[in-house]
Design a protein around this ligand. Sequence first.
Ligand SMILES: *[C@@H]1O[C@H](CO)[C@@H](O)[C@H](O)[C@H]1NC(C)=O
Ligand SMILES: *[C@@H]1O[C@H](CO)[C@@H](O)[C@H](O)[C@H]1NC(C)=O
Ligand SMILES: *[C@@H]1O[C@H](CO)[C@@H](O)[C@H](O)[C@H]1NC(C)=O
Ligand SMILES: *[C@@H]1O[C@H](CO)[C@@H](O)[C@H](O)[C@H]1NC(C)=O
Ligand SMILES: *[C@@H]1O[C@H](CO)[C@@H](O)[C@H](O)[C@H]1NC(C)=O
Length: 418
Amino acid sequence: MAQAYRLDLLLALLLPVVGALMPGTVVRLNEAVLSYVSEIGTAPLQQALRVTVPYFLDWNEEVHQPTRIQTLNVHVPHFHLKFIADFGVRMLVAANFTFKVFRVPEPLKLVLPVVLLADAQVAQGSIRTPVVSISACFALFNTSASVLPQLCLSISNLVQGLNVHLGTLIGLNPVGPESQIRYSMTNAPNITKDYISLDISAILFLLGKPIVLPVDVTHFVLPPNVGADGAMATVGLSQDLFDSALLLLQKAGALNLDITGQLKSEDNLLNTSVLGQLIPEVARRFPEPMPVTLKVRLGATPVATLRTNNATLQLQPFVEVQAVTSNSAFQSLFSFDVVVNLDLQLSVSKVKLQGTTSTNQMRPLMDTVFKRPLLDHLNALLGMGITLPSMVNLYYINPEVFVYEGYVVISSGLLYQR
Ligand SMILES: *[C@@H]1O[C@H](CO)[C@@H](O)[C@H](O)[C@H]1NC(C)=O
Ligand SMILES: *[C@@H]1O[C@H](CO)[C@@H](O)[C@H](O)[C@H]1NC(C)=O
Ligand SMILES: *[C@@H]1O[C@H](CO)[C@@H](O)[C@H](O)[C@H]1NC(C)=O
Ligand SMILES: *[C@@H]1O[C@H](CO)[C@@H](O)[C@H](O)[C@H]1NC(C)=O
Ligand SMILES: *[C@@H]1O[C@H](CO)[C@@H](O)[C@H](O)[C@H]1NC(C)=O
């Protein structure tokens, strides 16, 4: 509770600073997720329903005698969940309770079937996470009135536990050493009979400061029928999110690199003798082979372009080529601006979106000396990945990534694992 309050305060302090609309993502949880929840939720539900039954008055020898009852077992053969449009989720629970009634002279074993119906509203909480609350709970058959509130209370408590879990959606996740990403719900969820859809904005931070795009962020809408059919989750990532992540990388200087060649290395072309073959002036200045360093600096933010089935990344680095002379001093040889177009392959691992780049055409000089080290550096960087909207102990499994015009969709199963 205290923690939730602190977060509340933190967000209250943070949000006015941020002000502007932040890059959008949409998380759509489809019907398949309800089957999964009922599958993994049955055991905890059975546990929760093991309520202590009050004494009951047994009619014995013409007086009511308080008689102790012990719950021996609760079995839930049926636990069904479905979406209720504009509201939340309806649960239907069929449970068989086995009681031991300590009546005199002989204890009695009793099996009592109970069918419970509970409606859970899904709303937006004060700390911008989804919040589930039980708004109606009743039994379909005769369940002792004194037992029913206890069962409903147990279900309510179970849902409270779920809310604590849903609260971890807004955790701050590292992107790089000094950068983080935080997700939060921007409005109440949209619920239809087929899915629940959450608008979730992403804020990227560098050294504690939010990354704000120079242009206005657009409200991201995830079209229906995108991604793979039947997936538990459909996650849409807007162009703005990619732009923010790239702006963050550029601001952090993570895209700048120095590439130094080693002498006597077969797979590294960065020495003055190789360059000398392409540029005679270099050969003249350095009759003895010297290692070469490329200082790659990104002044402009890289641009990710998302077209149907085709994601590309364009970088426009400024490259300074220097020879490393015998006393470890640098001698500038020449410099140039270059436009590098890369194919971007996206994948998801556990809770992270990762990228790898490849290219098949650069200018000849670039191709010879520049391509491999640049790709290695970028791939190491993009391979670190960026955390997707998620919660503690919840992972994406068997994800598929789809690239559409201006956005990316991940269709995925979900796995809850402690
Ligand atoms: C639960 O109780 C119902 C009704 O008594 C019965 O038909 C069903 O077989 C029971 N199921 C289990 C798994 O005990
Ligand atoms: C429900 O209660 C009524 C009256 O108390 C009883 O006649 C009936 O058999 C009960 N039904 C079940 C399913 O327990
Ligand atoms: C929810 O509905 C509103 C209003 O129709 C719409 O603007 C928004 O994009 C929807 N969000 C999601 C996640 O479906
Ligand atoms: C320069 O690089 C080439 C290609 O990697 C290599 O074969 C050659 O040995 C290097 N020269 C020196 C002096 O290290
Ligand atoms: C991908 O898009 C780029 C432009 O953004 C285009 O140059 C390239 O040919 C496209 N590749 C494919 C395979 O369609």
